[in-house]
Write a protein that binds this ligand. Structure first.
Ligand code: LRH
Ligand code: MN
Ligand code: MN
Length: 424
């Protein structure tokens, strides 16, 4: 059945009494519940177009059916998520996976679903059919100027499409690097990449940002030319004020202190945004908060503290995006879970007693510092997140609603069970 507003109304009215009991309890436990709820209402997380289909590994791919077959259907899927949770009001596109022929119609469709276009992603890690130049040995770093030029032009084309759609940022992730010692002159690779990025930067409209995403390894396994936040920050600083670092949570070497990275990038005014996901081993692209929820909370703790210290707008000054892939779960269910986990971490971070923490830090009361953070982390803030949903007309329990109203079955009956979405 098609998901209608009256479905959500009946879903919510069945759960209302219990929800209100839970909300009463939490609002009596923490001091500024109303302002936290308003911040949650305002907070939007962009859904990656490439995560709407079933992911896969090089060993296989197991589709659950009803996957979006084109950009219009991807927008419809994000529209469904947004209807269910009220917090997925943006989509991040990947070009050429999502190249739109009719931008006006695409824009109108997105607006109909209450969606805007977050950062545009370029793709110079795959060769497209009939592509004259190959990215086998890199793109913006390539030893051959003709390959670099090809990759630069692609990025400029992505900006052009983004401008038409009303996006305001370009995310550049490069697979560039080397697989074996000696393959690459690191310095030349860096300089070629910088020179190429400068040409792309020069094509940015005044109100645009460029996000330089780093990643430790994969697909190159010896060196990566934008391998960590230090390298990304070097590029961002050399490029200029429109260039920022993008943090994908899965792109670090094991045990990296991501929250500290976030804090320092914010201090330097060079944090651009996030690709949220979770991982146990590498770039696992698992559901946000599914493996290390405390890390997610600690990251938000730094974000809230650092953004408030700088007077930044939580909604607009950073790019909040998910970058995930789902091999064994329904992609839409997985994305609902990711958004929920991000909202919970944000709500917990908002509820930290900042004054008490500062006081405890000032007198080196280490045990008290830990208690303050863990008090927030261990508080069940889910009723606040649910209340924010209720206030936007979304579902108190989005995943349950997705199942009760048979959203996947409806997509399968419209699109078929053998569809394959472009993307990861
Ligand atoms: C690289 C990455 C990058 C790409 C996306 C598909 O691992 O995180 O953001 O654009 O995956
Ligand atoms: Mn990413
Ligand atoms: Mn990744």
């Amino acid at each position: 059945m098609k998901l209608e507003n009256y479905h959500l109304e009946s879903h919510n009215s069945e759960r209302l009494a219990k929800h209100e009991r839970q909300l009463d309890f939490i609002t009596s436990e923490i001091s500024d519940a109303q302002s936290i709820i308003q911040k949650l209402v305002d907070f939007q997380i962009a859904i990656p177009s490439w995560a709407l289909g079933t992911g896969g590994t090089r060993f296989g791919r197991f589709s659950s059916g009803g996957e979006p077959r084109n950009i219009e259907e991807k927008i419809e899927d994000v529209g469904l998520l947004h209807k269910l949770n009220g917090s997925s009001g943006a989509i991040s596109l990947h070009i050429p996976w999502d190249t739109a022929d009719n931008t006006n119609a695409i824009k109108a469709l997105a607006a109909q679903h209450g969606l805007r276009f977050d950062a545009m992603n370029s793709n110079t890690f795959q060769d497209q059919p009939d592509q004259a130049q190959s990215y086998k040995f890199g793109s913006l770093q390539h030893v051959d100027k003709a390959v670099r030029k090809h990759a630069i032009e692609h990025n400029i084309e992505v900006i052009r499409q983004g401008v038409e759609l009303g996006s305001k940022a370009l995310t550049v992730w490069l697979a560039d690097g080397s697989c074996f010692p000696g393959q690459l002159n690191f310095r030349k690779a860096f300089q070629n990449t910088l020179e190429s990025l400068r040409e792309i930067y020069a094509a940015l409209p005044n109100d645009w940002k460029i996000f330089v995403e780093y990643k430790a390894f994969e697909p190159n396994f010896y060196s990566t030319t934008v391998g960590d936040w230090g390298q990304s920050l070097l590029y961002a600083n050399k490029l200029g004020p429109k260039a920022y670092t993008l943090v994908d949570l899965g792109h670090h070497l094991p045990n990296a202190n991501i929250e500290q990275i976030v804090s320092l990038l914010l201090m330097e005014e060079k944090l651009g945004g996030f690709h949220f996901n979770d991982s146990k081993y590498g770039d696992d692209d698992l559901t946000a908060g599914s493996i290390k929820p405390y890390q997610l909370f600690l990251i938000f703790n730094e974000l809230v503290e650092g953004m408030d210290a700088r007077g930044m707008d939580h909604r607009e000054d950073l790019g909040w995006m998910i970058d995930a892939s789902h091999n064994v779960k329904d992609p839409l269910e997985d994305l609902l879970q990711s958004v929920e986990a991000i909202m919970i971490a944000y709500a917990q971070a908002l509820s930290v007693d900042r004054v008490a923490l500062q006081d405890a830090q000032a007198i080196n009361d280490v045990a008290r510092c830990q208690e303050i953070l863990q008090q927030a982390f261990r508080t069940d803030v889910r009723p606040l997140v649910a209340e924010a949903r209720l206030r936007t007309g979304a579902a108190l329990a989005p995943l349950e609603a997705f199942r009760t109203f048979k959203v996947r079955q409806e997509l399968i009956s419209n699109r078929g069970s053998k569809t394959v979405a472009t993307g990861l």
